[in-house]
Design a protein around this ligand. Sequence first.
Ligand SMILES: Cc1cc2nc3c(=O)[nH]c(=O)nc-3n(C[C@H](O)[C@H](O)[C@H](O)COP(=O)(O)OP(=O)(O)OC[C@H]3O[C@@H](n4cnc5c(N)ncnc54)[C@H](O)[C@@H]3O)c2cc1C
Ligand code: FES
Ligand code: FES
Length: 1368
Amino acid sequence: MGSLKNEEEMGQIVEESREAILYVNGVRKVLPDGLAHLTLLEYLRDVGLTGTKLGCGEGGCGACTVMISHYDRKLKKCVHYAVNACLAPLYSVEGMHVITVEGVGNHKRGLHPIQKSLERYHGSQCGFCTPGFIMSMYALLRSSQTPPTEEQIEESLAGNLCRCTGYRPIVDAFRVFAKTDDALYADKSSLSLQGGEFVCPSTGKPCSCGSKTVNDIDTNGQSICSAAYKPVSYSEVDGSTYTDKELIFPPELLLRKLTPLSLSGLGGLKWYRPLTVKYVLELKEKYPNAKLLVGNTEVGIEMRLKRIQYQVFISVTHVPELNMLNVKEDGIEIGAAVRLTELLNLLREVVTQRPAHETSACKAFIEQLKWFAGTQIKNVASVGGNVCTASPISDLNPLWMAARAKFQIINCKGNIRTTPAEKFFLGYRKVDLAGDEILLSIFLPWTRRFEYVKEFKQAHRRDDDIAIVNAGMRVCLEEKGEEWVVSDASIAYGGVAPLSLCAIKTKEFLIGKKWNQDVLQGALNVLRTDILIKEDAPGGMVEFRKSLTLSFFFKFFLWVLHQIEGKKPIKEKVLLSHLSAIKSFHRPPLVASQDYEIKKHGTSVGSPEVHLSSRLQVTGEAEYTDDTPMPPNGLHAAFVLSKKPHARILAIDDSGAKSSPGFAGIFFAKDVPGSNKIGPVVMDEELFAAEFVTCVGQVIGVVVADTHENAKRAAGNVHVEYEELPAILSIEDAVSAKSFHPNTEKFLRKGDVDLCFQSDQCDKIIDGKVQVGGQEHFYLEPHSSLVWTMDGGNEVHMISSTQAPQKHQKYVSHVLGLPMSKVVCKTKRIGGGFGGKETRSAFLAAAAAIPSYLMNRPVKITLDRDIDMMTSGQRHSFLGKYKVGFTNNGKVLALDLQIYNNAGNSLDLSLAILERAMFHSDNVYEIPNVRIFGSVCFTNFPSHTAFRGFGGPQGMLIAENWIQRIALELKKSPEEIREMNFQGEESILHYGQQLEHCTLAQLWNELKLSCDFLKARDEVNEFNVHNRWKKRGVAMIPTKFGISFTTKFMNQAGALVNVYTDGTVLVTHGGVEMGQGLHTKVAQVAASAFNISLSSVFISETSTDKVPNASPTAASASSDMYAAAVLDACEQIKARMEPIASQRNFSSFAELATACYLERIDLSAHGFYITPDIGFDWSIGKGKPFRYYTYGAAFTEVEIDTLTGDFHTRTANVFMDLGYSLNPAIDVGQVEGAFIQGLGWVALEELKWGDAAHKWIPPGCLYTCGPGSYKIPSLNDIPFKFNVSLLKGHPNVKAIHSSKAVGEPPFFLASAVFFAIKDAIIAARAETGHTGWFPLDNPATPERIRMACLDEFTAPFISFDFHPKLSV
Ligand SMILES: Cc1cc2nc3c(=O)[nH]c(=O)nc-3n(C[C@H](O)[C@H](O)[C@H](O)COP(=O)(O)OP(=O)(O)OC[C@H]3O[C@@H](n4cnc5c(N)ncnc54)[C@H](O)[C@@H]3O)c2cc1C
Ligand code: FES
Ligand code: FES
């Protein structure tokens, strides 16, 4: 035990300050006392800087990214880094400069080159993620000493999620700033400026940054950039518009002395910022329960998600003693408050400077930190915060334990003690720290000669995900003759127990043993008893976790063996094919291509124009519902939600809510002035549950209060007493209980299935079951609505984030008992919908309308991400039971299919979704005899709903499952079976529709050629022969997607076109812009119709008082329908203009419009379109539900790590027939976005519900309700090579300007990834003699992949037919 030497070392107490200042985009802000409860994001949005978005509030999406700059006194320069504003406490950025997207550029002042590039490369669709991406890239450029590499750029975006684009265009937009692209993009001649100045990386203008440190700052504030930055690409990317608006670091902040802070927040919250350890300890003595804060990335989550309230915070970010980073003779001393990025940078430096044998542990930390959270988190999260949280899945703690790290602990008296990391963790989030102690620093010793440390981690998603199991392993070897003997070892795991755990028995076993096969087998045996995971362990996946513990050790064994090879002759060597176990994943920079032809029609149609809103989206100026300023007197709403899946409500005690701060009102079923019954198709839902609740998350009531937080708190204080009733929590449960929604049994038939099975035509008949999991929409913008009344409630208006404003209008009028003519809903744009805002957004607006109407006050409701995910439904899970007859050749003769979807507790759109699944159950295959029964299951989950593909992908996935099985039965390739069963021109489908202009064969052949399929298959086989623990797989998948709403009346569209006398055109139509570029395409059609430029056409918003009775924007058909309706209106106006136009030549359209106006010609028209020639009669199961089909095909190659289940897609080639595209750039964006969203569905995104399969989750609850636990694809998950081609020369005669619909059709093609994974698993299983059929549920997550790759490490825990659990 030691102590700090004297008082001086403990630092002096400087007088505390209550004055907090902050610069935001160059503007000085004084932060008053009392705001300690606020996050930076809340503050920014409150002061009107709404470009910074709230996507999740838990650091998982990056939508809230801003750049922080502060003056680092140690480095004597300004440092710039990206942070998540949603987790940064407001006062934590005191004395710093915050730059938000508004400070980077705007559409009036000029766009920043980064913004411009993103716009130009079509990198913004719905735009909700866009400011976050801009800010991550901006911070990277401003903080880089030299231009970043492409890899660094991709890495820096790991903490930013996009659900629309599939990331490719974002990467393309940003890679122009990369070092490697100098030659391509830099115009070197323009970079040589007079006086030796450089072009500033941030401004693209001459600047002296780099030649000066911050000390040289000129007082006019001309230059503040601190680092040299070689000019790269700006001259090419930059337009001439961006000139002199780069924000400098505020000189005041340079000169200002940092002072300790003592501030407060709501509810008596105290916030301290001490500047010395002494003061920290004094505060700790005074407040033993105080929370030390650095990055707030743990505490922030605890407060937001676990609703834990703390009273005292001590922010230790600026305490020098806690920020030391000393490289010493025997190792590195790391202050507890050191941020992970700083540590990473130091470690990277150290490994280049120290002898290699000393830095084995450093390298392991570097690798582990690579997969630790996103950049924004690493920029603020501290080493000590990670250690002291003692999370059982901490990525670093097992490594500290393994690497012989020592923790220095200081108590309030200044005494210091040291404890080994191995002894520090005592239990679940419990550490060896007394109430009067804090962690001072960590000491990481150098490794010794022949001492090896290695990290391991397996998560659902490689990037920015918490571990399922991780580990740190170390072994120290001694030479004994020809053998290596273990002199010391440490094997530590995370994710296997409530705390990071050392495998003590294994360690003891290893010491003194020779490092050879025998020790491997022995250690594996000991490990199995050393690391025990209970069957009901939280987190589930017990068998997977157990096998990972062995797999990791096996990898470690081989890795060490490989390290010592070559050191001296040894008996044992790693077999070449086993090297595959230790080859680490490396992602090369993305290679992508987009191939299409431009078929122009008039001025604009066919041209690859950028999204019309993208200019506003890249600057953060584009407004979304929650960005709408709250009107005076406005209130915020939050729901009282059911906590039980099925129960009778016995009593509701709302007294707690009524006494909550800021409370304004609470409303239940009895308060609804109109009808409490709602529903989009049948009214089988209640706005507020009156007597029974039928799912967790069902709305029981709504609370309004002065702030969002107060509304939530008040709602949380309502106590509901329940009598629990039996709940149905899976399709299987529903089927056995015959729990179906009424009148939803459907039947389709072609030929005679029974006769075919009974005849001897079928050489083989197989039957099986396919389970398809659900999927969360994860639109980046959560549900939101703002409702207000006019004329004392005589009219109600709202702005909503919805795909169906007309439904909002209808619901609100219905629950308020008002005529629809008095209710208006407007939607400007939405931050993604994907079907999730087609019907499930309407109850939100209706619920907010109740208090708004009854209190005559504006009410805003914006759901937190977890509430959004818990309450608003997902893509349906499906169960398919099939029986298929086929010939020995592979020709399919008969299909008998029963298909069920999990609808949840109300019908919503589930019947139409089931019907579409039944229509698509043939995918593209000619089957002479078909019989399909479908049923919609009632379960006690929130109502599931539309999601891109609307049941089609599930139907097709079931089909491809039995196709693949036939192939395996016949020992043929699935592609051969697919090809021989293809439908073609004039094929008559099982519901009677005949195929016309079928381009399937062309697409397939072009795809096959592009990927050289047979060669690809041979190469994969070759790879698999030589790699025991990595396997590759390939697949080609076709698709055919029917275009039209299958409910006939919905295939109608209206539009309003106004021509003004200046020649500009305002278009309004019934469709909603949700990133898919609908408004852009529609405007292109109007521009071409009037023969004017695209810039003369404007689409402001969608509004129910402009275009009535619109169908939801869905079914991929909106461009077809609304463009046609707009064209109709344009043609009407043109016809009226014609007599004037033919009189003389007009120099411009404006002149013509004025002339028409003077002649009193109506320049406004309502256009209308109905999709012709469709209709389906379910009573006979025959008809023509679709106007036409969009076809596509995809090839993929994947690689899996059979020991861990990790996978990546090496190549994806996607071919689509989109006719003559209205806008090929937007269409390619849809293809890429749909493919990556589909990739999430088939391989990453798993919904885990509290059901029989997941007993550790409370019944009916959604466990995966945020980006922390639910993983959509990140940039790291997209294929290494991603090529998209649009079929050329095939106009579509059935839709406007020969185009085709695109939104949903490509989604299913991502199943090529699923089947390539399965192909790879087949190769892995063959290694252990398992060559028969095996089921693989969707999604093929690492757990499913790994557990299907049967080997000696899974054998102790599972039988060959093991099936990982899935909520279906
Ligand atoms: C999106 C996201 C992704 C994440 N990914 C990962 C991941 O991949 N791997 C992983 O392991 N973790 C991950 N985390 C968890 C978290 O980021 C880390 O644990 C981080 O290191 C915590 O540091 P902090 O400074 O933010 O902690 P804070 O939240 O500031 O503090 C955490 C706790 O540590 C205590 N504490 C801090 N310093 C001291 C000290 N000196 N002495 C005593 N107590 C102290 C605090 O009182 C508090 O209880 C993730 C978190 C988020 C939000
Ligand atoms: S809102 Fe901050 S990361 Fe998602
Ligand atoms: S554009 Fe990225 S989420 Fe919509």
